[in-house]
Each structure stands twice: as structure tokens, then as C-alpha cells.
Design a protein around this ligand. Structure first.
Ligand code: AMP
Length: 567
């Protein structure tokens, strides 16, 4: 494809605002791309290389301004280019505003009006430019880019400049390209989507769609050494997770940096960051871990955590230092040791596991890491108390909290869906008055196990004894029950503390005079008809007895309302 045709079509796409028409225009572009299809698919997204490749042009904006200035003529400096950029706001517009005459004069002399530049030539030039390394490489890059601009007419220059700086800005997102590939080669969108997930290579997917159709796309597999986009998490709550799923899979949330390990005992090891950058050289510990402990071809998803001399986790910033270090790794390694923890298995010995359930993938992971070293443990439970316990252990061990995952969910690369949730940290705690309780069952029949919590209504402290005589709970409104976060030992203490204040009993239910104040954590305050306050705490947890707070000074319903409003 001639590059001026690409530029013309890109201009039409840029001018169009209706999404469906944009998809049609991109479809037309891909259909017309013939041999240049893989390049055109990348260029239209402002990419020169496939997303999984670590190669970059590594050319900063200043070098691009320099090349533009040189192509624009002897009277133009890089500063002039920057000034125009400040004026026009966008590098493509700046490049198109100059007359890069040089070579075009020669072209016209040879009988052609056009620059004759093809998409393939632009790709080759940029590919060569990316390979320049070492001393003088930046000059070599500017020279080559200058040569390229010199052959461009204004519209071509507009898009070369944007591609070089990865700022295509023609309104073509990944979804548009996916739909256009499906449209241009008459294959199902789902097959294109899946093929993109496993390969991260739009160019290759487009070619397979064109040449081999749906069957070819469906046959595409993960490859060891080629990174996959990481599945991402949203913020969530325990209460929400247990409402949405029968059970939740719970894991510690490690405070480190995401890593994807690609290991083949016969083929070598690569480590990629969350952005699919190759970080193998920066993390020799991960390579050593794989060499020592993994004896089959795998792709594992996990986190590297910085550890101090005692093996305790270090803050995440320390790990980032290691990521940034490409050189002198040995020295930094002395400062910050890292160790990997893996929580997912995407591929094992020839089998792609993206479509397997989380629990199955975790079973595979457990088999791969059969001595348990570097394995993130997973608990599947519907018990909020159990989840609170996992969270307490995680925090106690110096980690960040917990992740809640849907046990049946597949691995969705690049998605921030609802199947993985990081538990939101607790909001401000509340000091609430215990106004009731329930006896436990079985072994705990002689212990109070569930505690009814109330907030003070504003008048409670002033209303005086008259009101309280009429009803022991006047001036208090209920808003939840807490049974989570209490150890057996604490249950005994709480029973001793509350028994003297028991007013009456009805089966398991106990009425308690306002005397004891609990500090409780919770995930959210909801409006709810269940309790007399009109509010309910979600996932309330016992934190402590507030010996130092009188019921009359406990938190008021007004504060509860304010906190609820702020959420
Ligand atoms: P955030 O970065 O706050 O959005 O939280 C999500 C990140 O937590 C993931 O991208 C991982 O890097 C990290 N993480 C730590 N532990 C886990 C785990 N057990 N499962 C999934 N992600 C985890």
C-alpha cells in the first residue's frame, strides 16, 4: 500500500465521529492493505511493533522535533518546531505545516507527483531505526527520521510524526480494530478477541483471520516467551462477593509488582511486567526460582515481593527500584532481595488454561509448585469469619490485605472485571453500644456469640433517667449484629462483661442494657429496613471493647448518617 493512501484513509477516519462509520472505514483500510496488512493494523493504532514485543523506537520527542526541523529547511530549528507545537497542540499538525520538499522535487523530476513512499518502506525505516544502539545511535536515529520526513508530503508527515511518537489520535481503539478485522475477513468477533488475548499481536491475528479464517484463529495458542495481558481487579467488598457468588476464593494480596513467568526447562526463562515489558534481566531471582523448582513448560502469573534480611516483605517502592535497574543488577540485588509468589497458571505443558476455572488453574499451579515454595495459598469459603481470619493473617504477615476471586471464573487477559476484587480497606470505625446478644450454639451454648449494636440518637445523653426508665433502649437505634472477628478467648471475656447487664432472655435472644461499647469495623453503611435506625452495617467486625467510652459518648446516629452520605 502506498503510504499516501494510508494517510488519506487515516485522515478520513480522523474526521469521522460516528463509531460504526469508523469501524467501516477501518474495515475498508484493512481490506485494501494486502501484503502490508500486519503493518497497517499496527500503524492505525499508532504502533510500530506488536504489543508483546519489547522493541521500541526509543526516540524521544526532542529528537523527533530535531528531525522535523532539519527536514523543514535550514531556517527552522528544533525550538521553532516546539514553538509551533505549543501553538497547535499536536505534533502531526506541526509536521504537516512544513513543506518537506527535498526528495519530492527529485520524485517529480523522475516523472511522479507523489513521494512514492510505501507503508512497507515506512515500516522498514522505523524498524531499522529501532535497531540503532550504542554511542551515536541517537544521531543515527535523527538522520534516518530526517530522511523519512524528507520523502513525505504534508499528510504523510502528519502520520509519520504521530506514529513515531505513538500518538495516532484518530479515534481507533482496540475494540474498533477487533471489529474491523472481523468485518474485513468475515470471521466471528469472539474468535478475533480470543486470538488477540493469546497472541497480543494485531498484525498476526489479522493475517490469520484473512488467510485461515475462524478455524485458524481458534487454533492460535499461548506461546511460552510471548506475554499475555494481566487480568486485573476492581475494588470490592466481602459482603458483595458473598452476595454475588456462592463461595469466594480468598488470597493474600501481596504488595509487590506483577510478574508473568514464562519457563521452558529446555527453552529458557523470561519474566514480564504487568505491561508486558521484558524484565528478565532485572530479576535473576525469578529465573533462578524457575530453574530450581519448575520442571515443566509453564506460564505463571504472580507478584514479586521485596524482602528484608528476615524474609519479611518490604514496601512496594523497593521492588520498583529493582524493576528500573537494568544494569548493575548484582549490586541492587544486595540491597533489595525479591522473591516471587505465584497465584495463577495460564499454561502448563502444552495446555492453555485461560478457559479453565480459577480453582482448576490453582490446582495446576499447586502441582507445578509441588513443594509449596512461591505458591499463593487459596481458600474457598462462604464464611465471613474465615475471610476475616485470612485477612488478619495477611496483614499480620506484613501484606496488603486480601483478594476475593470468583472460584468459577476463567482468566480474562487485560480485563478489570468483577471476577477479581481487591477488598476495599475499612472505612472509619464506629464506637457502638451493645443493646442485645444471642447465645451461641453447641460447644458455644454457654457463651454470648452475636452482639446487637446500636448508635446513640442525639438526645440519649441529655434525655436523662425518665426516658431510660420508660424503655432501657430509649435513645439508641440498632444498626447491625457483629459475630465476626472474635476469638474464643474474647467470647468468654465478652460474655463475662455483658452478663451483669442482661435484662431479659427469650430463647437464644438476650436483651442487654446499654453499658458496653464496641469499636467495630465494616465495609459500608447501607440504608436498610432491617434495623430500627434505618441503616445496616455491611460486613461488621469486632475490633475491641472501648472501656474508655461511656454509652452516652458512643457514636451518634447523625455520625452514621454522615458517614453513609460520604460513601
Ligand atoms: P491494584 O494494583 O491495587 O489494582 O491491585 C491489583 C494487583 O494486586 C494485581 O495487579 C497484582 O499485581 C497484585 N496482587 C497481589 N496479590 C495478588 C493476588 N493474590 N491475586 C491477584 N493479584 C494480586
Amino acid at each position: 500500500m502506498e503510504f499516501d493512501e494510508f494517510a488519506e484513509r487515516a485522515g478520513e477516519i480522523e474526521a469521522e465521529t460516528a463509531d460504526l462509520v469508523v469501524v467501516d472505514l477501518v474495515t475498508g483500510l484493512l481490506s485494501a492493505a494486502s501484503d502490508d496488512l500486519p503493518t497497517v493494523v499496527r500503524f492505525v493504532q499508532g504502533r510500530v511493533f506488536p504489543a508483546w514485543e519489547s522493541t521500541t523506537l526509543d526516540i524521544g520527542p526532542n529528537y523527533c522535533y530535531e528531525a522535523i526541523a532539519r527536514a523543514a529547511g535550514p531556517n527552522v530549528s528544533a525550538d521553532d518546531v516546539e514553538e509551533r507545537l505549543a501553538d497547535r497542540g499536536e505534533i502531526g499538525d506541526v509536521a504537516a505545516s512544513y513543506d518537506f520538499g527535498g526528495q519530492r522535487g527529485l520524485g517529480a523530476f523522475a516523472g511522479g507527483e507523489r513521494s512514492g513512499l510505501t507503508v512497507g518502506e515506512v515500516a522498514d525505516e522505523l524498524g531499522t531505526l529501532a535497531t540503532a544502539e550504542g554511542a551515536g545511535s541517537q544521531d543515527a536515529k535523527i538522520d534516518r527520521l530526517f530522511g523519512l520526513f524528507n520523502r513525505c508530503d504534508p499528510e504523510e508527515a502528519r502520520y509519520v510524526a504521530r506514529i513515531v511518537l505513538s500518538e495516532m489520535r484518530i479515534g481507533v481503539g482496540e475494540g474498533t480494530v477487533r471489529d474491523a478485522i472481523a468485518g474485513a475477513f468475515d470471521v466471528p468477533v469472539g474468535s478475533v478477541e480470543r486470538a488477540l488475548q493469546v497472541s497480543n499481536d494485531y498484525g498476526r491475528v489479522a493475517v490469520v483471520a484473512r488467510d485461515e479464517g475462524e478455524a485458524g484463529l481458534d487454533a492460535m495458542r499461548l506461546e511460552i516467551g510471548r506475554p499475555v495481558q494481566s487480568m486485573l481487579a476492581q475494588a470490592g467488598t466481602v459482603a458483595g462477593a458473598l452476595e454475588d457468588w456462592a463461595e469466594a476464593a480468598v488470597e493474600w494480596k501481596f504488595d509487590g509488582a506483577r510478574v508473568q513467568l514464562h519457563h521452558d526447562p529446555d527453552g529458557g526463562t523470561s519474566v514480564f511486567s504487568r505491561n508486558m515489558e521484558d524484565v528478565t534481566d532485572a530479576l535473576p531471582e525469578v529465573v533462578e526460582f524457575a530453574d530450581e523448582r519448575v520442571d515443566e513448560p509453564v506460564i505463571l502469573d504472580g507478584e514479586v515481593v521485596g524482602v528484608d534480611d528476615d524474609g519479611d516483605p518490604l514496601p512496594f517502592q523497593e521492588v520498583l527500584r529493582r524493576f528500573r535497574r537494568k544494569h548493575d543488577v548484582a549490586a541492587t540485588r544486595e540491597d533489595v532481595a525479591v522473591r516471587p509468589v505465584f497465584f495463577d497458571c495460564l499454561h502448563r505443558d502444552g495446555d492453555d488454561l485461560l478457559d479453565a476455572a480459577l480453582t482448576e488453574r490453582h490446582d495446576s499451579l499447586t502441582e507445578v509448585l509441588d513443594d509449596g515454595e512461591g505458591l499463593s495459598e487459596l481458600w474457598v469459603t462462604d464464611d465471613p469469619d474465615g475471610i476475616a481470619g485470612v485477612e488478619a493473617d495477611s496483614l499480620e504477615s506484613g501484606h496488603e490485605g486480601i483478594m476475593l476471586k470468583n472460584p468459577d471464573s476463567t482468566y480474562s487477559p487485560g480485563r478489570r472485571g468483577k471476577n477479581w476484587r481487591k477488598r476495599k480497606p475499612d472505612v472509619e470505625t464506629l464506637d457502638l453500644v451493645v443493646t442485645g446478644a444471642e447465645w451461641g450454639e453447641g460447644r458455644r451454648a454457654s457463651l454470648l456469640g452475636t452482639f446487637l449494636l446500636s448508635a446513640r440518637t442525639e438526645g440519649a445523653s441529655e434525655r436523662g433517667s425518665d426516658a431510660r426508665e420508660s424503655s432501657p433502649h430509649a435513645g439508641y437505634e440498632t444498626l447491625g449484629k457483629v459475630a465476626t472477628g472474635i476469638t474464643d478467648e474474647e467470647l468468654e471475656e465478652l460474655t463475662d462483661l455483658l452478663e451483669p447487664h442482661v435484662l431479659s432472655e427469650d430463647g437464644q435472644d438476650v436483651d442487654v442494657a446499654p453499658a458496653v461499647v464496641f469499636e467495630v469495623g465494616y465495609e459500608e453503611i447501607q440504608e436498610s429496613p432491617t434495623y430500627s435506625s434505618g441503616y445496616a452495617l455491611r460486613f461488621p467486625r469486632f475490633l475491641a471493647v472501648r472501656d474508655d467510652v461511656e454509652p452516652a459518648d458512643a457514636d451518634s446516629l447523625e455520625r452514621v448518617e454522615r458517614l453513609a452520605d460520604r460513601q
